[in-house]
Design a protein around this ligand. Structure first.
Ligand SMILES: [Zn+2]
Length: 410
């Protein structure tokens, strides 16, 4: 046990030592602490007016942007809370709901809104607006992040799924009885269960989810946050739609509030990429720097609520989403994070930036068609799914295809 602990510590130091901080922080853990403080302070300032009910959370996630790892110019660009997924009966075939309101997942969606707003600066005729963007023109109609722009994710608890289950230093349950379970399903893909908070390993032959089945009460299955983070490390945070305009955007670091040792999570992230062949140009095996915090003082054992907050830089207010319906809590209207809202922004860019996605440019595209037309992204995705299966880690479970077959409403 002591040896194991030592090797974890060594692995941790190895990963942390790669974090080069030329300007501000002499020690990487200080950098992780700073990321946490930035996110926590932004969260506190935003919930200030919301009353005590929303000031508590069970899981908080935020994304901080730095230039050259210089914390003097660090900005929180996306933030969210949440621990639950939608009830299957509320699935939308018009893209009008948010299916997964776990904090790190909605933080990524909030980041997408930031990336869209940065690309929208190129629609302006004013040169100074373009120069403000974090993107630079790369090829014709294609953009990439400026070299010195980095994104850092903070998550208050380790991501659900394998990253949490097999992290012995975070478990408070009887370690001895859980060891067998840990060995059996080590690194396996896991899925969130509807209306609950735990995860279960995917079945050998990934189940096919059907629209009518889910509406009739079959459990809706959503991949765990560990699985989604490992996916972002191969395919990027930007998703299929934005891949038409920008090169993949990866996380530079991940800070986990409750993590004592980065060893296990680091292994999971690494192992998921082992059998991956060569990827299409610009995609890579990203290994974000991992860190816990220097102190464990900050614990927020709030009860899980059915509300998920989200905010993106530039927003005046937080948005509150009812996690059971996937819609805004106050008005029951679609969230600004839903597929339909993001597809609307994508469509506007698509028309104005002159990117050729489909040979029939005048025809309106289905959401699913626009995603499928991002060829290199889809190639990388299929390749990654295959490598997971070949590694015996399981099959990625998809939502019923009907949910992506919608057009933008006028
Ligand atoms: Zn989760």
């Amino acid at each position: 046990m002591i040896g194991d602990r030592f090797s974890l510590r060594s692995a941790e130091m190895l990963i942390l030592s790669e974090l080069r901080l030329p300007i501000v922080s002499p020690h990487p853990i200080d950098f992780a602490d700073s990321i946490f403080h930035l996110v926590r302070e932004k969260y506190r300032s935003l919930v200030g007016g919301c009353g005590p009910a929303h000031a508590r959370h069970k899981s908080l996630a935020g994304i901080v942007m730095t230039r050259d790892l210089d914390l003097r110019y660090a900005q929180v660009v996306a933030l969210s809370t949440g621990t639950k997924c939608i009830n299957g009966e509320y699935l939308s075939d018009h893209g009008q709901v948010v299916n997964d309101c776990h904090a790190e997942v909605t933080a990524r969606r909030a980041l997408l809104r930031f990336l869209y707003s940065q690309l929208e600066l190129f629609l302006s005729k004013r040169l100074e607006d373009w120069e403000e963007s974090i993107f630079v023109r790369h090829k014709e109609c294609s953009y990439r992040l400026r070299d010195n722009v980095h994104f850092h994710m903070y998550i208050s608890t380790s991501p659900c799924g394998d990253g949490r289950l097999n992290s012995p230093y975070e478990m408070t349950t009887d370690l001895h009885s859980s060891r067998h379970l840990m060995r059996k399903h080590r690194s396996h893909l896991r899925t969130k269960i509807e209306s609950g908070e735990g995860t279960v390993p995917v079945r050998c032959r990934g189940p096919v989810q059907t629209w009518d089945g889910v509406l009739q009460g079959e459990q809706l299955i959503t991949m765990s946050c560990t699985d989604k983070i490992t996916r972002w490390n191969v395919l990027g945070l930007q998703g299929a739609l934005l891949s038409h305009f920008v090169e993949p955007v990866y996380l530079h670091s991940v800070t986990v509030g409750s993590l004592r040792h980065t060893g296990h999570l680091g292994r999971v992230l690494h192992q998921r990429q082992e059998r991956l062949g060569s990827l299409p140009a610009a995609f890579r095996r990203n290994q974000p720097l991992l860190s816990g915090l220097s102190s464990t003082e900050y614990q927020q054992p709030g009860k899980a609520t059915c509300v998920s907050l989200n905010w993106t830089q530039g927003d005046q207010q937080l948005e509150l989403v009812n996690t059971a319906t996937g819609r805004r809590r106050d008005t029951a209207t679609p969230s600004r994070l839903c597929k339909h809202a993001l597809f609307t922004r994508w469509n506007r860019l698509y028309r104005k930036l002159g990117v050729l996605v489909s040979s029939s440019a005048d025809r309106q595209l289905l959401y699913s068609e626009a995603k499928m037309a991002a060829r290199p992204y889809q190639t990388a995705k299929q390749q990654w799914f295959r490598s997971l299966q070949e590694s015996g880690l399981g099959t990625w479970v998809k939502k019923p295809p009907e949910q992506d077959q919608f057009l933008l409403s006028a």
